[in-house]
Design a protein around this ligand. Sequence first.
Ligand code: PMP
Length: 428
Amino acid sequence: MSDLRNLTPLELQDAKSKLMGRYQACQSQNLKLDMTRGRPCPEQLNLSLSLLECRDSKAYVAEDGTDCRNYGGVDGIPEAKKLFAQYLEVDPDEIIIGGNASLALMHDTIMRAMFRGVGDGHTPWVKLPGVKFLCPCPGYDRHFSILEYFNIEMIPVEMTESGPDMDKVEELTRNDESVKGIVCVPRYSNPTGITYSDEVVDHLASMKTKATDFRIFWDNAYNAHHLTDQPDRLKNILTACKQVGNPERVLIFGSTSKITFAGAGIALMAGSKKNMDLARQQINLQTIGPDKMNQLHHVRFLKQVGGIDSLMKQHAAILKPKFDMVQSVLEKELGGKHIAEWSKPKGGYFVSLNTLEGCAKAVVSMAAQVGVKLTPAGATFPYGKDPLDRNIRIAPSFPSVDEIRQAMELLAICIQVVSIEKIMQKAR
Ligand code: PMP
């Protein structure tokens, strides 16, 4: 089938009934596939099974003699700081090794800014009449949920091929003092897979902001999560911020959730020494120290397997065929039909697909009716509202390659049926 927009009403009707035949056949397959979230699959988790063997009864002393079984060490053990500082390309005194979730570190950092301000005598955001954040879209739903929870107004900014639309970002930050932040997933962005260009990184670091307490929340969750041998490069934003005299502007986050065990790994936060010193003081009130045992075991394990990069290559070997299957089914079923566009990421956990306007919700609901659960349409936008109702996030990591084939075929059928209905509606 070629460009659907050129078909006559009769041809469209005919195409739709054939597709409905295939849809009904899927119904009898009793599919039960969950592609709602970017969860690592069991084979990926198995790559880190020997992490558990690092937990032997002798492994509890850190390199500086700290007994990791006891309280203390609010920002992590030295070997973990060294390893993960290298991973995030910062100095060891510019990193804090946290608990199990980077999302919790981000949540708490925003909460502290709300109640105490970001330091240097800045007003706590909660005392201001309103606080706004820029949200590159489509983006990560959990970032949006945190901002919504704190009553921070979210302003969507369109993502381009090289990062957020910087003209818009500049216009909004330059004139409005209540714009206090932006949330970014700079490498293999969730869900578009886009990596920010050097120009965008420099622009974010150097742009004039009306708010002197403006912060970039740089969630580098997919820093090492490449799918190819030619990874996207990402410029070091902390260095860029320091070079232009804005060292405090960026707060960097990351974790091993998709390196070792999701939710049972370790979380990272980095930034200027001044920002980290403040966070250390504040975190010190919150906890007598993180789980240093897990940090110790992680360092031992990651060294054993030849470092993070070598482990990530093994993840890629598992994930790549899944991402390839998504691409091949979408191309086969939808290529040339002008009813959908989708990303071809070189890393990360998602494929982002745009349908014709006004179709995404109907597609997701039609797929759910035959057992394929996708991230709810709209979730990739603030307040769950995709103004054009067209973005669908595909998370291929968990199901098997064959399940992905089934799920993608079904998704493609639903996209075609809903698009045909839309085109016919318009023609009426
Ligand atoms: N940030 C992004 C962009 C993510 O996609 C995810 C996981 N889906 C997280 C953070 C969660 O990370 P963590 O497990 O460290 O909280």
